[in-house]
Design a protein around this ligand. Structure first.
Ligand code: XMP
Length: 336
């Protein structure tokens, strides 16, 4: 049975479920859900094995897109999984107040996430495992040598069993070092495309499995400079318009990522005969296969025209829209 076969994924799920049950016994496990593909597939796989003994937690850091929590919660509901949402948005925003440096923002968001997650985990008894959606590329990026991974890959056989489910040391994904939990990483040996096929095997809806990546620090790296509630609200509204137009046009599946950026630049405009001083919104849309290199996407002019029109019509604080025509390199995908 080769890894490209449907049966391989059926077998993978079956073997993983058995192994996870064997490893966890009667203990409970906790998982942080980001809304991304990897944590979702890992959670659903572990839920298949241990049901209600898995505690899935989603932290609302106040930096998510409009409708994101509802989308993820209802997707999990559809799979019969009760997702707990922790609203920590005011904590994150308070800690970000006055901070302009992109790396400082990332650090604060990472630290705060750990704190909130630890506080949440401490509320439950008998939690012994932390589930993470670590995949093979994370292992390579986190310092395990490429040779190790390639050596592992050579040993992959058609009927390979999920061998390395538990790693005793912490920690690839940035979760608490000092938490006394064992790491359960059921997707550690898989590449992204394989994770998606496991997701299909588990019956996850396609919009969840084929979502574009979204950065952990969320909209904080798309509101340039200081993050404020007001700027987040403007960016969220503009992003919702962009989402609607990109999906309607059929471009979603052709793009690697697309998003709005609020560079905190005011420009002069004109509306109903009077001058305005409004925000500039930049649109970024790229083609890529791994985010290492990316080409700006040749979105048709009439679609760009419609996006600019709709954003300026529907988001009153915005009076100018520009399109980013920089590839990576020399640009990065995100602006911060
Ligand atoms: P860049 O901007 O470096 O982004 O070209 C490459 C990919 O990584 C995502 N990205 C992040 N993801 N935390 C994340 O989880 C981050 O701090 C972060 N910064 C960038 C970006 O969206 C793109 O997919």
């Amino acid at each position: 049975m080769a890894q490209g076969d449907r049966e391989w994924y059926t077998q993978f799920v079956c073997d993983s479920v058995a192994r996870i049950r064997e490893i966890t016994g009667s203990a409970r496990a906790i998982v942080g859900i980001s809304g991304g593909v990897d944590s979702t597939v890992a959670a659903v796989l572990v839920h298949r094995a241990i049901g209600g003994k898995l505690i899935p937690v989603m932290i609302d850091n106040g930096l998510l897109r409009e409708g994101e929590i509802d989308f993820v919660v209802s997707s999990f509901e559809g799979l019969g999984i009760d997702l707990r949402v922790v609203d920590a948005s005011s904590r994150f925003l308070a800690r970000l107040a006055g901070v302009r440096d992109p790396e400082a923002k990332r650090k604060i968001i990472g630290e705060e996430f750990i704190r909130v997650f630890e506080e949440e985990a401490a509320k439950y008894q008998d939690v012994r495992f932390l589930v993470q959606g670590t995949i093979r590329s994370d292992v390579v990026e986190s310092g395990t040598s490429v040779e190790d991974v390639e050596e592992d890959a050579k040993q992959d056989t058609g009927d390979q069993r999920p061998a390395q489910l538990v790693k005793s040391h912490h920690n690839v994904g940035g979760l608490p070092e000092q938490m006394d939990l064992e790491l359960l990483e059921p997707l550690r040996d898989l590449y992204k495309e394989q994770v998606r096929l496991v997701g299909e095997e588990l019956g996850l809806p396609k919009p969840l499995i084929y979502r574009h990546p979204f950065p952990g620090p969320g909209l904080a790296v798309r509101v340039l400079g200081e993050v404020t509630q007001e700027k987040l609200d403007i960016l969220r509204k503009a992003q919702a318009v962009l989402d609607r137009e990109i999906i309607k046009s059929g471009w979603y599946d052709r793009l690697w990522q697309y998003f709005c950026v609020l560079p905190d630049v005011r420009t002069v405009g004109v509306k109903e005969g009077g001058r305005t001083c409004g925000h500039l919104v930049a649109i970024r849309a790229v083609l890529s296969s791994d985010a290492m290199i990316a080409k700006w996407a040749p979105i048709p002019h009439d679609l760009l025209d419609r996006i600019a029109l709709k954003i300026t019509e529907e988001v009153p604080q915005v009076n100018r829209v520009v399109y980013d025509i920089t590839s990576k390199p020399p640009g990065t995908i995100e602006w911060e």
